[in-house]
Design a protein. Structure first.
Length: 232
């Protein structure tokens, strides 16, 4: 067996694993109920209309709904597949992040397949960070985008007519993960990026985060410089 054959088989196995993970997460999302109250809350608090909430497949999350959904799809997929998808820990328990009252945010690839899921402001154990969300680029077919901080802002911006991606934190894609962002933008033909991170001028209640912080501006300028040097 030559090296090319080994690489081909490894790539095929990886693709099958990612496809299975996507199917499991897709079935998990489908098993979570959502009602008019949930969509009305997103519209009122996050400026996300129901059409966009449904398009991006946002779902309400509670301990009861997570347990019911996992029990339901376990009959079809089995515990090993649920563990590989991150819905069960190594000890077979549901991760705590899925048991809190929250909104579940799926990260969709350009075809609308589920890459990963993330309860708002909470990550699942061992789950790497990602840009939110390639599906937006495919859906809007934009050549110019806004880059913001947080998934809800990105969806609200898209709903208002401004194609927008999000990163999970201001410094998350200026280091080792920067090539992922750059390559994603290039694959989708993005020519211009406007960075719009959170406003840090307003006073904050938490003394650990005083007003006047300059880290947001620093990372915004740094990322803008990196993108500019790569032709954006």
């Amino acid at each position: 067996m030559n090296l090319d054959t080994v690489k081909s088989k490894t790539s095929s196995a990886t693709d099958r694993s990612l496809e299975l993970r996507s199917r499991v997460l897709d079935d998990f999302l489908n098993a979570l109920p959502a009602d008019a109250t949930f969509y009305a809350s997103l519209a009122a608090k996050r400026a996300i209309p129901q059409a966009w909430a449904e398009k991006m497949r946002l779902k309400p999350l509670t301990a009861a709904s997570a347990r019911d959904a996992i029990a339901h799809i376990n009959e079809q997929h089995g515990r090993n597949s649920l563990s590989e998808a991150g819905l069960l820990n190594a000890d077979g328990n549901i991760p705590g992040a899925l048991l809190a009252d929250n909104t579940l945010i799926p990260y969709l690839d350009h075809d609308g397949h589920v890459q990963k899921i993330r309860p708002h402001k909470m990550g699942l154990p061992g789950d790497p960070i990602a840009v939110y969300s390639p599906f937006i680029l495919a859906e809007t077919k934009a050549s110019e985008i806004v880059l913001t901080e947080g998934e809800f802002k990105a969806i609200a911006a898209c709903a208002a007519g401004f194609p927008c991606l999000a990163v999970p934190g201001i410094s998350s894609f200026v280091g080792a993960h920067y090539p992922e962002l750059r390559d994603l933008l290039k694959r989708h033909g993005i020519r211009s990026v406007t960075i719009c991170f959170d406003n840090t001028d307003a006073p904050k209640a938490d003394p650990a985060y005083p007003s006047g912080r300059d880290d947001t501006n620093f990372y915004a300028v740094l990322l803008a410089k990196m993108l500019s040097e790569d032709g954006f």
